[in-house]
Design a binder for this molecule. Structure first.
Ligand code: GLA
Length: 673
């Protein structure tokens, strides 16, 4: 069967999660009328509907959903049909109590919330296969259904399970990975602390332990958990495949995902989709949003993707749920579009009156249609119609940022040299520098083909396999520019320190290894002198053993006083830069300026906070410009501004907080993978 790779829709997808089982039938009619007013053409239904679709085991009731799908279809609204496996009903847990998730400390997770049953439960796996089969059989040919939405946000609120069946699967998984106990003992370094295993039955899960558990074991546990979740996804996807050729997705969480290695997950879905919510404590949450969008596009091989969920205003699950201010949601949505999204959906269509998420914003808020939020929702729907021709166009980047979930898992284990060196924090600092310079990036796996990029940035590659090290050294030798952040190239895939000194896999590319880490105390700072100017750094210093690299910056004060902090190394046709300090996006600026020059990258040079991204279409290019500043800015550009229809001859003036989409003449495409 040939599978469709995009839902059959005209133009951009627009809509949200629709949970009408909360409402009486009359409300459904009002909903579809207002959806039409807002330009909604796609809604996700059924994600939490298991209890309504199978009220008793084996008794399926699709009548209400039949009526709903018919109503939506009659109103021109397509359906992304969910499978409800994320929230098994009360009867399921009553009948199969051993299917409940057991946490690390032995707590059995009860019913009354939401969240997946144990991924290892045979009864759960059988039940989700049956449900997916019944749904697919019933709705495969329904004209409203254009896509399947399996499960919801794999890995949250729970991904790991420490119950006996999961541990039994874990042993089988380890046998598959290592074949022999000798190989497992070797990989995990069990000679230390007397952990040697003499029998597979003795191998346990890294549950509660007196002090930290073996880190190699925990890293494998993360891989195992990810694999098990993906197995559950495949069960449902393959059941659907028996009956339908419509595309299957599941909603990722990009930079916010912990349990899922999205490089692997993206291989399993037909359409990549992602959920993103602003993190209220971060006043520059739009930078994290851009990171998340670029990461989502990248895991999907730069194909267009769908923003499956975001919020029209505040969420309700953070400590202080900051509402979006007028125009903010529009900027957020257009940034997602700029970074490759061909669909913009929300959680959820109508605000709930009851239950856990009643204070979460919605497309149709509690205030009703006569509200700022709904007016902006209607405006956005119009915008997406106005820019329909952007659909299918591509983002092309000259810069790749290395991102590896395995390195994240390993890095964030306990007992590292400094708690201050965190994967996500480092990723954000380097990304933010690029964002503020308005340089568009892809993300890439460290073992990927990087030859199409002028610059590769590795903010935090603690775990780097020997193969990845060779890949990066070959990339530099071939003429690439590589910029590596501190605490990179430290361990292999078993969290074992590489032989030859810290950073040994990158020695050829960087012309150095690191002899000793010199972390700073909490609150302590030192200076890094670069290009004659002193910049403040914190958290980290180190004693670099030079092996050919040229010193470009030096620590001043602190434990690394007078030692090299920033280096450049010519290797073959290219250059390897290294930053052995913790710099912020501000203090990274002068370093990046020189790295760009090496790589032949010329940043757009606009005012900081003006975000521009180009999507390349078959006949035209499209520049998405988002002004995050409070003051007005000007952009040199000629073309048609699609949101207003205005012709721009040379200069586009964008008010503070405004955004624009300009169709321009087709430019020559740059490099990029
Ligand atoms: C997640 C879930 C949704 C909803 C939103 C609220 O993304 O998938 O069901 O709970 O969070 O922000």
């Amino acid at each position: 069967m040939s599978i469709n790779s995009w839902p059959a829709l005209d133009g951009m997808a627009y809509g949200g999660d629709y949970n009408p089982e909360q409402w009486s039938r009359e409300v459904w009619d009002e909903d579809v009328a207002l959806m039409r007013e807002a330009g909604v053409n796609l809604v996700s239904v059924g994600i939490f509907s298991w209890a309504m679709l199978e009220p008793k085991e084996g008794l399926y009731d699709f009548s209400w959903m039949d009526e709903l799908l018919d109503l939506l279809h009659a109103n021109g609204i397509a359906v992304d049909l969910g499978t409800p496996s994320v929230s098994p009903p009360a009867w399921f847990f009553h009948a199969y109590p051993e299917s409940r998730v057991i946490t690390k400390d032995g707590t059995v997770m009860g019913f009354g919330s939401r969240g997946m049953a144990s991924h290892a439960s045979t009864e759960y796996r059988e039940a989700i296969a049956r449900m997916a089969t019944e749904l697919a059989r019933h709705y495969a040919d329904h004209p409203a259904v254009v896509m399947w939405h399996v499960h919801n946000e794999y890995g949250v609120p729970v991904g790991e399970d420490f119950g006996p069946r999961s541990v039994a699967n874990w042993r089988l998984w380890l046998q598959g990975r290592y074949s022999t106990l000798e190989a497992l003992n070797e990989a995990w370094g069990t000679a230390f602390w007397g952990q040697r295993y003499g029998d597979w039955e003795h191998v346990v899960a890294p549950a509660a332990t007196p002090t930290i558990a073996n880190p190699a074991m925990k890293l494998d546990w993360a891989r195992f958990t990810d694999d098990q979740l993906r197995e559950c996804f495949r069960i449902e996807r393959d059941a659907i495949r028996q009956h339908s050729d419509k595309p299957v997705t599941t909603n990722f969480m990009a930079h916010q995902s912990w349990n899922t290695d999205l490089w692997k997950w993206a291989q399993e879905v037909d359409v990549v989709s992602d959920d993103h919510y602003l993190w209220a404590p971060d006043p520059d949450g739009h930078v994290g949003l851009a990171l998340s969008a670029d990461l989502t596009r990248s895991v999907g091989g730069n194909d267009p993707w769908i923003l499956m969920e975001h919020s029209s205003s505040a969420v309700n699950w953070q400590g202080r749920n900051v509402a979006k201010r007028p125009g903010e949601e529009r900027r957020n949505a257009l940034t997602h579009v700029g970074r490759g999204a061909d669909g913009i959906l929300f959680f959820q269509w109508r605000a709930s009156r009851s239950g856990a998420e009643k204070f979460h914003s919605a497309m149709l808020p509690h205030a009703g249609k006569d509200s700022r939020v709904f007016r902006e929702v209607v405006q956005l729907g119009q915008h997406l119609k106005d820019i329909a021709e952007v659909r299918g166009s591509r983002v092309v980047a000259d810069v790749a940022v290395l991102y590896d979930w395995e390195s994240l898992w390993a890095h964030d284990l306990e007992w590292r040299p400094s708690d201050d060196m965190q994967f996500r924090e480092r990723m954000r600092a380097y990304y933010e520098r690029l964002w503020r310079d308005d340089v568009t990036v892809d993300f890439a796996h460290p073992e990927a083909d990087l030859s199409g990029y002028r610059l590769v940035v590795a903010p935090s590659s603690y775990l780097l396999t020997a193969a990845a090290g060779e890949n990066l050294c070959a990339y530099v030798a071939g003429g690439g520019t590589l910029l590596v952040g501190a605490f990179s190239g430290i361990v292999d895939e078993h969290d074992a320190v590489h032989a030859g000194g810290f950073g040994a896999p990158l020695k050829d590319a960087l012309g150095l290894t690191v002899e000793e880490f010199l972390p700073l105390r909490e609150g302590e700072t030192c200076d890094v002198v670069f290009d004659g100017a002193a910049m403040t750094a914190d958290a980290w210093a180190e004693d670099i053993a030079l092996a050919g690299a040229e010193v470009r910056g030096t620590f001043a004060g602190g434990p690394g006083d007078a030692l090299p902090a920033i280096t450049r190394h010519q290797h073959g046709q290219g250059a390897g830069w290294y930053v052995g300090a913790r710099l912020t996006h501000e203090t990274l600026a002068p370093v990046f300026a020189q790295v760009y020059a090496d790589a032949g990258i010329v940043p757009a040079g606009g005012p900081e906070g003006l975000e521009t991204i180009t999507r390349h279409g078959a006949d035209h290019d499209f520049v998405i410009a988002v002004n995050h500043r409070e003051d007005a800015v000007s952009l040199s550009i000629t073309g048609t501004e699609l949101l207003s229809g205005a012709q721009i001859d040379g200069t586009l003036d964008l008010k503070g907080g405004d955004a624009a989409v300009v169709r321009i003449a087709r430019a020559q495409q740059g490099g990029g993978a």
